[in-house]
Design a protein around this ligand. Structure first.
Ligand code: ATP
Length: 239
C-alpha cells in the first residue's frame, strides 16, 4: 500500500457509460505502491473501460477516482499522466513504421534526454538495444510489448495500467513479460493489469478482481478459490 497504508490508486463505486448505456455499475478497486493487481473477466465485462476510467481517458459517470488519496474524478487524462498515471493500451501503442530508437526518442517530451531514455530502455530490455535501428513493426509481439513498456516507463509512472499484455503472444513470452512487470512493481510502482486469460498474471499478482457485466464479482488473494470459481464467471453461471 502507499503512504500511511493508503492505496495509490483507488476506484470507489466507479460508474461509466457509453452513449448513456452504463457498463460499469460501481466498481471498487485499490492498488498500492509495489503491488500488482489483476483485473480479470470475460469479453465485454468492462475491464478496458475500468482502465480507461482510471487513466482519465474515459469519463466516470459516478463514484470517485483517487490518486494518492486525492480525489481526481473528472481530471483530464493529460493531467493524470503528469501526475504519474501511465496507460499502456491494448495493441501496444508503438509506431510500426518508426525505428525502435525513434519510438523511444518521441518520449523526450518527458524532459529526459535521448541518451537517458535509450539507456534506461536497453538496460531493462537488452533485446531492444540490439534492435534499435529496426522498424518497430518488424519486432516480435513480445518485443513490441517491451517497447511499449519502455516508452511508458519513460514517464516515471507511479501507477502503470496495462491492458491485455498477453494478447497474441506465446505463453513463454507472456511469462517473461510478467516477470518484468513484477520487477517494475518491486521498484514501487502500483500496477493494475487487465487480462482475459488469467494464468500468467496470477503468478505475479498480489491481489485479483473478477469483473463480470460491469460489477466486481469476486476479489481477493489469487489463490485456489479464485481458480475454482473463475470458469463460472467466464461461463456466466456465477450469481
Ligand atoms: P474485451 O476483453 O472484449 O476488451 P472488456 O472487459 O475490456 O472486454 P470493455 O471493452 O470495457 O470490456 O467493454 C465493456 C462494454 O462496453 C461492452 O459491452 C462493450 O460493448 C461496451 N463498449 C466498449 N467500448 C465502447 C464504445 N466505444 N462505444 C460503445 N460501447 C462500448
Amino acid at each position: 500500500m502507499g503512504v500511511a497504508g493508503r492505496p495509490l490508486l483507488e476506484l470507489s463505486g466507479v460508474r461509466a457509460a457509453y452513449d448513456g448505456i452504463t457498463v460499469l455499475h460501481g466498481v471498487d478497486l485499490a492498488v498500492g505502491a509495489g503491488q500488482v493487481v489483476a483485473l480479470l473477466g470475460p469479453n465485454g465485462a468492462g475491464k478496458t473501460t475500468a482502465l480507461k476510467a482510471a487513466a482519465g481517458v474515459h469519463p466516470i459517470s459516478g463514484g470517485r477516482l483517487l490518486l494518492g488519496g486525492r480525489d481526481v474524478s473528472g481530471v483530464r487524462a493529460g493531467e493524470l499522466a503528469r501526475a504519474g498515471v501511465c496507460l499502456v493500451p491494448e495493441g501496444r501503442g508503438v509506431f510500426p513504421n518508426l525505428s525502435v530508437r525513434d519510438n523511444l526518442w518521441m518520449m523526450t517530451f518527458t524532459g529526459r534526454t535521448r541518451e537517458e531514455i535509450e539507456d534506461a530502455a536497453y538496460t531493462r530490455f537488452p533485446v531492444l538495444g540490439s534492435r534499435r535501428a529496426q522498424h518497430a513493426g518488424t519486432l516480435s509481439g513480445g518485443e513490441q510489448q517491451m517497447l511499449a513498456l519502455a516508452r511508458g516507463l519513460t514517464t516515471d509512472p507511479a501507477v502503470l495500467l496495462l491492458d491485455e499484455l498477453s494478447m497474441g503472444l506465446a505463453p513463454l513470452v507472456v511469462a517473461d513479460l510478467y516477470e518484468r512487470v513484477a520487477d517494475i512493481a518491486r521498484e514501487g510502482v502500483a500496477v493494475l493489469v487487465v487480462e482475459q486469460f488469467a494464468a500468467a498474471v496470477l503468478k505475479i499478482a498480489d491481489h485479483a478482481a473478477v469483473l463480470a457485466r460491469g460489477r466486481i464479482a469476486w476479489q481477493g488473494h489469487p489463490g485456489s478459490s479464485l481458480h475454482a470459481g473463475l470458469s463460472s464467471y467466464y461461463l456466466g453461471s456465477a450469481p
